[in-house]
Design a protein. Sequence first.
Length: 510
Amino acid sequence: MPIALVDRLRALPRADREAIYARCTAKQLAALQWEWERFWARPDEREPGAIEGRGQLPPPGRWKWWANIGGRGGGKTMACAQWVSHQALTLPGVRIHLVAPTVDHARDVMVEGDKSGLLAVSPPWADVHWYPSIGDGKVQWGNGSTAHVYSVEKPRRQRGPECSRIWIDDAAAFGPKAKAAIDVLLYGFRKRAPDGSAERGVVSTSPIDNEFINWLLAASYGGRRSRVVFSRSTTDDNRVNLTEGLFEETMAEFAGTEMEQFERYGAYDPRNAPRVFQGINFQQYLQPGLTEYLVSVAVWIDPALSTSTRSCEVGMIVAGLTASGTIVLLEDCSARMGANEWPARAHEALERWQASAQEAHFGVEVNRGTDQPPQLLRAEEQIRRMARGEPRVSVIPVRTVFAHRSKVARAQPLPGLYRAGVVRHLPGLEVLERQLRELKDPPQGDVDRADAAVYAVLDLAGILDKQDGYTVGGSVMAPFVTPAPQGAVQVGPVVTQPVQPFQFSQPARR
């Protein structure tokens, strides 16, 4: 492990340290506060020509990206802040972009951070100022260098502005759509620095499974030709500056877990990230059409609450249970829709398929802590009934679920159901199948279709309310609905009447 000069000094006996201090003037001791490279930083150590090493100083060579990957508290942010400050001071007029998960993160960590923010690491003669009201925030140095704040929450703001230096912090918190936001920003990463040098960027993050980090780490195993070099670190490398409680309590609690590998040791290889449906070939479970009568059909929705028409993807899957007990995924109606659109599409899907089944119901996730989704479904149903001259009431059952488990944990029972031949697919579900194949923890990209399909299968298999980690609302029906007839069969919480199979025509898809 690289050892900083300050740590070597700390390791000396007290008498030896005091003897060294005694030979220094007050001015020299004061100057040590700003002597990052030769005193405070852990030096760069790596084999000649290696892209991976250790330490807090930038490696030699003509790299484009310097990725500081490591455990929490390992000194990654400090290393990148010092590099940015050095670039700003030695390249007067340079334009820098500061990219963070949110604007608040950029302010609290990258700019105003107590010890490793740009304001804290900049020496007094840098004449650095912070202007939070300019755009999403701007840092200005006395020599004309500037650093502008951008967040992955607002990718459109990244169109247009150019820069020659970038600092991307805490990419682990970027979320599933971060790579698309970074792609927009990278088109502006094209200016030469005032000294004529090419663009350069630094990244400070702990490694977890998301699209941007996978893109970055691909260079470490030859997956990409971009010039990327890595400095690895662990939380233990910076132990002298951290509390013992962190190691004796917090770190001890996660000993031996995958989280310990990510958060303490900074160890992650995207090639080894397990996928829930690994080994499942969905083509083996494909059937050209329906050959049995459907006892029950369900439309399951993983909704978006925004009224924006392009807010986010709404997962909407139609599934049916046959008389022989097979669950068939029938149709994928998912799309980017707001709360003013998806209820109508859900009713259209149910209307297309309910004529082929004895019973039909909705299922909807209410994980955002609101009863709005079932209310929207009922309101849409009442509007449709009124248009047909029917009483303005709700008669279609709506099942709700609040999941306390991750998307991956919810999907764990499904591979076994596939291998047992319980689940089949109709053609046309390629996008859903791709999301299922890529489902892993944490999820990468949109997985709303996969989430809706998982709920649909667990529901029709009758095990959704038997799984730990769910709060399931029964089939919510209007009070006037007649009770189920004698001898009815229970499928999950949905009551259906057994019937004999008969020939029918499959509804046309839209």
